[in-house]
Design a protein around this ligand. Sequence first.
Ligand code: NOJ
Ligand code: MG
Length: 553
Amino acid sequence: MAKAGPAAKAALHTRPEEPLWWQKGVIYQIYPRSFQDSDRDGVGDLEGIRRRLDYLVDLGVDAIWISPIYPSPMADFGYDVADYTGIHKLFGSLADFDRLIADATARNLKVILDLVPNHTSDQHPWFVEARAGKKSPKRDWYIWRDPAADGGPPNNWLSEFGGSAWEYDKKSGQYYYHAFLASQPDLNWRNPQVAAAIHDAMRFWLDRGVAGFRVDVIWHMLKDKGFRDNPPNPDFIEGRNPYQRLLPVHTTDLDEVHGVIAGLRKVVDAYPDRLLIGEIYLPVERLAAYYGANLDGAHLPFNFALLEVEWSASAIADLIARYEKSLPSGGWPNWVLGNHDRPRVASRVGEDQARVAAMLLLSLRGTPTLYYGEEIGMRTVPIPADKVQDPFEKNVPGLGLGRDGVRTPMPWDGSPNGAFTHGTPWLPLDTEFPETNVQSQRNSSHSMLALYHALIRLRRLHNCLSMGDWRLIACSGTLLAYTRMDRDSTVLVTLNLGDEPLLATFPPSVTGRLLLSTFCDRDGERVAGEVSLRANEGVMVMLDAGVELPAAG
Ligand code: NOJ
Ligand code: MG
């Protein structure tokens, strides 16, 4: 055997570090109320998730993030936590949780929990104690202020869920701050005892084997020390979400918040290989700061730009380029197409483009996060007025802000309630579930599920798709084209964002083999100098060795 000489040694040292699991992997968000019920109460639970682990393994995802499962009055469906170290009875018990982690781990699947440190439920013992009176030792765990001179709220800050962010407490004659519902009082993160208590809760779950946390509204966690009024938003459009009347400059995205996030990161970093994700709704340029000045912030500040971008080739190309450019050195990108708060992608961009969106998400550089049901093309389901559950819709009705429609039960097959429950589902299923469900799509090699399967498999198979560089190819009209490449291979991605066929032309030297069409019917085709795309079609091509493509200028 040849001996490794000095050159080989040097090569070893310059080899890029092994990618981390969450860089290479795909994350799948589960809204636990709606994934799988196991006890006939119409609400999904941990045992239900456990029974579906093989489905997730088969789909090919690496980690599941489960929305909150803690004890909670459910005013905001678990985002109002009454105990950070327990499991809500609806979802099961700690023993069920441990069983889920054990079975997931045995299948190489990681479990990420939702951490909600910005606020608690008003039923949390901490708040009950704080509310007992001004002298309560827990008083300063929350944000209390005297009324303004006229007796009204201390300033003009607004709740994201409508109305003032201040709730009057008759007993003490003071107001407390709540960025969301009045039953979700904000914790005071300027008090070190609050940080210590939440850090302890994190360790409780890390010790039980969770792979990390998705941190709720991380950019909200500190508010202005001087309680200055927020300025009006000059671009506010009447009839839109009333929260947008003001620019939340004194209530969100404070520079100081990065100290708080570094504190969370330190807790996570004391355990090997764990992940901290931050929920942040900000323009991509502002996300850079959330990696931390010394990369001591979130590993992944969620990038939600695809949820809102105008669905055109040029707007998306521009977005990706801006995002790539804004990333700090060493900051790992990520992309999200849907979640439990925003319209389903199939409804936002249309069912035809949903396949293109899937190929986009799973061929971009950066960790993709899928939302349950996207893999079968679930739509935003219209919810009749008498079935509305979401407190946001109840507080601010009629503006289309309600989130129930994106939280409907997963249809597993065509049997009653799609096999989601043997009871009465807490939200109605899409009326089309008898035709569109996991089972029906499993039986078709051209289904959306087949496409997701293939996309995830290819991402796993070809390192360039997960870890490679991203390069935009100059194009026009409805064509979006880019390459993903590493030392060994280059994949060309061509997406038709329009509903007319198009021919993407390249120099004749550009040759390769078609890996996948969004219609799952062209694998293996030879490509030379051009790629023909049908309406709403995306195609991935493995270029032949040595083929080079001119990048965009
Ligand atoms: C963001 C969560 O995703 C959303 O569902 C929740 O209502 C708010 N934070 C408040 O916790
Ligand atoms: Mg149940």
